[in-house]
Design a protein around this ligand. Structure first.
Ligand code: BGC
Length: 757
């Protein structure tokens, strides 16, 4: 009897909690009462005015007319306080209910102060830095009138053929979740009504990074177990951090495109994860369900709204067909009201319903955008993103008075510094490597020659040059380019070759089947090493590359991604030793495309690969390649060296309510002060579903002076050992857990502890 009362009480109490969590906002409800069905549908329409902006009018005629008619809930591609004020004016003064607009934008790695591409930023493993970057981006973007950002992109990606690997944080769900949270917190701050914070959008929900064969927009087919344990955690982390909106992906999931997938958008996102914001489609992804084979525009629009999608980006399927679907009983009016409510609630959260001009302060751009402080941040962020892949003969760091031949098609290029998805940045403001080196080492003698084209293939260059000349094919022959570089090299003491990928060789719709450095540059690299002079390769790319050949050469290699607006200065800071590189890879780099998909969290299989790496028949291995990647996840060198010792657990047992402390002592044994990213991996030895061979569970970045030692500790609780079992329940199962603490994922286990019942 008592129990029954208790449970009734509990249910009632939980019901109140649920209601209060979903509490209706009176201002929004009042508005909804006044709205016609058409006006509600109008709120679900997101447009981009495109060309209209450049010619001076805020929006093109069409968009303007639609805003006046109450047919638009938000726009993107409009910026500056004046233009945003004009756009809001049209909405507020000329539409019947005067509802302000969401003003969206893609601010992926900095607004006008462009930082390294996200894959680069993730290589810093520095969550404070990443959060600060998002905060500064929000300050700059809101100064320019934007209140809603289409970032963070948190798609787990394990296939470097996929060009959009550049936009995310790599292959690991734990690290990816930390980055997702840091970015949401950075963009949104603590109070979205503040004029220097903006609403974030986690994208692309879901599994976009697992596109088959690394071909953009391709299908995805994945088990629920893999989704829950490996691909979904970063989206969930963003939702848990309070992200305001979610963007769907282009791919299908279990045979239903994400934009029309009810399991994904309602059962999982809203019901299981408790997401209370709104869901926006990707660019025309509702319409694209027609090509997916899901029916005509009316059918796919109804599918989308019934699945839980609230806002239709650009395609206008909602605007043009939903009323008809309501009339025909295919969509309920309540469904439309709920979606409109979510859009209005977002506007309420941003403070727009109280003040539509909150983000239209004309005095802000000059104070807040591209300030010296922001550029200093971009420079610092870039230095932290670089990964030293190979050291040779202590060539690095270079002396500031060295006699340097700087060569390579990316050594003096403004056009390739910002990286993919930087539409708000201006390449002309970026510092090329040549300029940066001269800034930092004015005493050095630096001579420059291009040496090679990024690629000699004109048809390839044409595909890459869609947004401007990223691959510039010289009028001089490849032979002349090479000869000039070799002549310089011969009269120098050291060669710095800046090589790799042009900006648009990665990013959206930029998949590659060959992920090596293009031939024209490979040849240059070989010839440079043949001179016998010390060679430093400064490698730029938007993805992990296959650098098997270059790793064999007598060269030092510094991976710099696409470093952003302060590229040259940051590169100079590192190669001249003002900052000792500390970045670590967030993807495994393969030996060849044949190993893809490759990641460190692979399962052992029932026939584990031989530890020696030697081929063994009837084991999981290749005839023509080791299983291991060329460079493992978590890998990255420093000018100094670190030694790990005394790795231990403070107890052999962990109770279901307790913690175990795992620790290691790290000593800087080299000649420079430096930072190290200390990583903890565990292996769940026995459990109800096959475990990965190892999993990253925690990391800390520490500074160690030359000769200094520090002990790093990690508190591990049963919560950290949880995974989704075959019932998709999140559980920790008792048993033995091995662990190691090291500077990369490639290490032996140091010890173990047992989780008790
Ligand atoms: C991309 C999104 C982006 C959107 C709007 C799409 O093509 O997939 O990431 O936010 O365009 O620009």
């Amino acid at each position: 009897m008592k129990r029954t009362y208790l449970s009734i009480f509990c249910i009632a109490f939980m019901g109140t909690l649920f209601l209060s969590a979903q509490e209706k906002i009176p201002q929004v409800e009042e508005l909804l009462k006044k709205m016609t069905l058409e006006e509600k549908i109008g709120q679900l329409n997101l447009l981009t005015p495109g060309g209209g902006i450049a010619t001076g009018s805020v929006v093109s005629e069409d968009v303007e007319t639609k805003i006046k008619a109450g047919n638009v809930g938000g726009v993107f591609g409009v910026s500056s306080p004046e233009k945003v004020r004009q756009a809001q004016d049209i909405a507020v003064k000329s539409s019947r209910l005067g509802i302000p607009l969401l003003i969206g934008s893609d601010i992926i790695h900095g607004y006008k102060t462009t930082y390294p591409i996200p894959l680069g930023l993730s290589s810093s493993w520095d969550m404070e830095l990443i959060q600060e970057g998002a905060k500064i981006a929000a300050k700059e973007a809101t100064a320019d009138g934007i209140n809603w950002n289409f970032s963070p992109m948190v798609d787990i990606a394990r296939d470097p053929r996929w060009g959009r690997i550049a936009e995310g944080a790599g292959e690991d769900p734990y690290l990816g979740s930390q980055v997702a949270k840091a970015m949401v917190n950075g963009y949104q701050g603590e109070d979205l009504t503040q004029p220097n914070t903006m609403m974030a959008t986690v994208k692309h929900m879901a599994l976009y990074g697992a596109a088959e064969a690394g071909r953009d927009y391709n299908s995805v087919d994945m088990s629920r177990l893999k989704m829950f344990n490996e691909y979904l955690p970063p989206y969930k982390a963003a939702v848990d951090a309070g992200v305001g909106s979610v963007m769907t992906s282009f791919n299908d999931i279990d045979g239903i495109p994400a934009s029309g997938n009810k399991w994904l958008l309602t059962d999982l996102l809203r019901e299981r994860w408790g997401f209370e914001g709104f869901v926006v489609s990707d660019y025309t992804s509702v319409n694209e369900m027609i090509a997916h084979g899901m029916g005509d525009l009316q059918a796919v629009s109804a599918l989308a709204i019934n699945a839980g999608l609230d806002m239709d980006m650009v395609g206008e399927g909602f605007l043009t067909t939903l009323k008809k679907s309501v009339d025909e009983g295919k969509v309920s009016e309540e469904t439309i009201t709920n979606a409109a409510r979510r859009i209005l609630e977002a506007k309420h959260k941003l403070g727009l319903l109280d003040d539509p001009y909150r983000y239209s302060d004309e005095s802000r751009p000059e104070k807040d955008i591209l300030t010296e402080e922001n550029r200093d941040f971009a420079r610092k962020a870039a230095t932290r993103s670089f990964v030293l892949l190979k050291k040779h003969d202590n060539t690095l760091p270079l002396a500031k008075n060295a006699n340097i031949a700087l060569v390579g098609p990316l050594a003096n290029s403004k056009n390739n510094m910002l990286g993919t998805w930087a539409p708000t940045g201006d390449p002309q403001l970026s510092i090329p490597i040549l300029e940066g080196m001269k800034n930092v080492a004015s005493e050095a003698n630096i001579t420059y020659a291009k040496g090679a084209n990024i690629s000699d293939d004109t048809s390839f260059a044409k595909k890459v040059n869609v947004f401007g000349e990223r691959i510039q094919i010289s009028d001089e022959s490849p032979e002349t380019l090479l000869k000039k570089a070799l002549d310089l090299a011969k009269s120098s003491d050291v060669i710095v070759a800046v090589v790799g990928e042009a900006t648009e060789m990665s990013g959206e719709a930029a998949s590659r089947t060959d992920i090596t450095i293009p031939d024209a540059q490979k040849k240059l690299i070989r010839e440079l090493t043949n001179t016998g002079k010390p060679v430093v390769l400064v490698l730029m790319s938007g993805r992990p590359l296959d650098i098997s050949e270059e790793m064999q050469l007598p060269v030092s290699i510094l991976q710099i991604w696409h470093p952003g607006v302060e590229a040259g200065n940051a590169v100079a800071d590192v190669i001249f030793g003002d900052y000792n590189p500390s970045g670590k890879l967030t993807n495994s780099w393969p030996r060849s495309v044949g190993q893809i998909p490759i990641h460190y969290r692979m399962k052992t299989t029932g026939r584990p690969g031989p530890e020696s790496g030697e081929f063994q028949k009837f084991k999981t291995n290749y005839l023509d390649s080791p299983n291991s990647p060329l460079l493992p996840f978590g890998y990255g060198l420093s000018y100094t060296d670190f030694e790990y010792s005394d790795v231990k657990a403070n107890s052999k047992e962990l109770s279901s309510t307790g913690t175990v402390t795992l620790s290691a002592t790290i000593t800087n044994t080299g000649d420079y002060d430096g930072e190290e990213i200390v990583q903890l991996y565990i292996h769940d030895k026995v459990r109800s579903i096959t475990p990965p061979g190892k999993e990253l569970k925690a990391f800390k970045k520490i500074m160690l002076k030359k000769g200094e030692s520090k002990t790093v500790t990690f508190e591990v609780s049963p919560e950290d050992l949880k995974f989704y079992n075959s019932d998709l329940k999140y559980v920790a199962e008792p048993g033995e857990f091995e662990f190691f603490i090291a500077g990369s994922s490639d290490s032996e286990f140091d010890g173990s502890f047992t989780l008790k019942d």
